[in-house]
Ligand binder design. Structure first.
Ligand SMILES: NC(=O)c1ccc[n+]([C@@H]2O[C@H](COP(=O)([O-])OP(=O)(O)OC[C@H]3O[C@@H](n4cnc5c(N)ncnc54)[C@H](OP(=O)(O)O)[C@@H]3O)[C@@H](O)[C@H]2O)c1
Length: 351
C-alpha cells in the first residue's frame, strides 16, 4: 500500500523541514487478535501541527520510517476476531491516542499518538487499530469534516471543558485563532453561550472568527495587544474567566491583569516558544496555569457526542485529493497560511 513515511533528511540542507515525508510502497499492516485489531481503509486524513514539528525534528521520540498522520476516517475492511466481523463495512473515525482510557488526571498507561512508531499513522491507504479506538462518524459530518475532527477536537474538548471548565456566559480568550484546535475551541464555547475573544497574526482571520461567533479580536503581533483586548471586554464583566492558549511564552504576564482572581489559563501548545514565565503577581491573584494534552478515549467519545448534539462542524481550510499533495500542505502549515484544518481525501484509489 501507499504511505507517507518519515525519513531522515540531509541536515546540511537549509530547508524549512529537517526531515522528509516520502510517499512509499509498504506492506499492508498485520492485524493482532490479542488487541482485537481492525483493518481500516482510509477515506480521508487531516494534518496537525504535530506533523510539522516532527518533520522539523522538534518532536520528542522521533522514529524514522514511521507512517505519519494522526487523523483519519475510513471503512472497516477486516477484523482480527470473528465476534467483531459485524463492523466490516462501517464508516469510523479513529481516536488518535493510545494508552489512555478514562482517567481525567492523565493516561493510565504509556501514552502514544498515531503517527510515530510503534503506532503507524493514518497517512496511508490502510491502518490497523484496536477495535476500542474506533467510533461511529457523527451523521451530520462529511467525510472531510469527520477526518478534520479527531486530534484537534479531542485537544479542544479537554482544554475547554475538563481543564478550563468553561461555563455559559464566561469570557474566554483563544490565542492563534487560525489554528485547527483554536477554531474548534471557538465553536465549542460559542455553542454553550460563552463569549470568545481571539488573537491572530492576521486581521482577515479575526474578521472570519467574528463571523463564526467570536465577540472580537486583536493582532498578537502588536505590542499593545493585551490593552486593546481589555478594551473589548464588556463593561458589566470587564475581565476574562479563562484563556485557552496555544502560544506559551509570555501569555501569563500578558493576560493576568484582566483575568479574574482564580482565572484559568489552559495551555495545549507553545507555538511561540518552548516555555512559559509565571510571575508572582499571578500567584497573588490565584491564577491557575494548566497544561493539557489531547485527552482520554472516554473524552474522545464525549467529544463526538457533544459535536453530534450541537451539530458542530470543524472549519476546513482546504481539501486536497491524494497524499501526493503532502509537500504543498506542509508548506502552507509552515507559513501559517491556513484558517482551519488541512484535509486530504481520496487516500485509497479504490474508494
Ligand atoms: N498538547 C496537545 O495535545 C496538542 C494538540 C494539538 C496541537 N498542539 C499544539 O498546539 C499548537 C497549535 O496546533 P494546531 O494543530 O492547531 O496548529 P495549526 O493549525 O498549524 O495552527 C497554528 C496557529 O498558531 C498560531 N500562532 C503562531 N504563532 C503564534 C503566536 N506567537 N501567538 C499566538 N498564536 C500563534 C497561528 O495563528 P494565526 O494564524 O491566527 O496567527 C497559527 O494559525 C501547536 O504548537 C501544536 O503543536 C498540542
Amino acid at each position: 500500500m501507499k504511505a507517507l513515511i518519515l525519513q531522515k533528511g540531509d541536515e546540511k540542507e537549509n530547508n524549512s523541514f529537517k526531515h522528509q515525508a516520502v510517499l512509499s510502497e509498504i506492506p499492508l499492516p498485520a492485524l493482532n487478535p490479542d488487541n482485537d485489531d481492525v483493518l481500516i481503509r482510509l477515506q480521508a486524513v487531516a494534518f496537525n501541527h504535530r506533523d510539522a514539528w516532527i518533520r522539523k525534528g522538534l518532536y520528542s521520540g522521533l522514529q524514522f520510517n514511521s507512517v505519519l498522520g494522526s487523523d483519519g476516517v475510513g471503512i472497516v475492511q477486516e477484523t482480527s476476531r470473528s465476534e467483531s466481523s459485524h463492523l466490516v463495512g462501517q464508516q469510523v473515525v479513529i481516536n488518535p491516542g493510545s494508552g489512555w482510557e478514562k482517567n481525567p488526571i492523565g493516561p493510565e498507561n504509556e501514552f502514544g499518538i498515531l503517527g510515530l512508531l510503534p503506532l503507524p499513522g493514518t497517512f496511508a491507504e490502510y491502518i490497523a487499530v484496536p477495535r476500542a479506538e474506533i467510533f461511529p462518524v457523527p451523521d451530520h459530518l462529511s467525510v472531510a469534516e469527520a477526518a478534520a475532527l479527531p486530534l484537534a477536537g479531542l485537544t479542544a474538548f479537554r482544554a475547554t471543558f475538563t481543564k478550563a471548565n468553561v461555563q455559559p456566559g464566561d469570557n474566554v480568550l483563544i490565542t492563534g485563532i487560525g489554528g485547527g484546535v483554536a477554531l474548534i475551541v471557538l465553536s465549542f464555547i460559542s455553542s454553550i453561550g460563552a463569549n470568545a475573544y481571539v488573537t491572530s497574526s492576521d486581521e482577515s482571520k479575526i474578521k472570519k472568527a467574528i463571523e463564526l461567533g467570536a465577540k472580537g479580536g486583536v493582532n498578537y503581533k502588536e505590542d499593545q495587544w493585551p490593552k486593546k483586548l481589555k478594551a473589548l471586554l464588556p463593561n458589566d464583566r470587564p475581565f476574562l474567566d479563562s484563556v485557552i492558549d496555544s502560544a506559551g511564552g509570555e501569555i501569563v504576564s500578558q493576560t493576568m491583569k484582566f483575568l479574574r482572581p482564580g482565572g484559568i489559563i489552559t495551555c495545549y501548545g507553545m507555538t511561540s516558544g518552548s516555555s512559559v514565565s509565571f510571575p508572582m503577581l499571578a500567584v497573588l491573584k490565584n491564577i491557575e496555569f494548566k497544561g493539557s494534552t489531547m485527552g482520554s478515549r472516554e473524552e474522545f467519545g464525549r467529544m463526538l457526542n457533544f459535536v453530534k448534539e450541537k451539530k458542530i462542524k470543524p472549519v476546513i481550510s482546504g481539501i486536497w485529493h491524494g497524499l501526493e499533495n503532502a509537500s504543498e500542505i506542509f508548506e502552507i502549515m509552515n507559513r501559517g497560511k491556513q484558517f482551519g484544518k488541512l484535509v486530504v481525501e481520496n487516500i485509497s484509489p479504490k474508494l
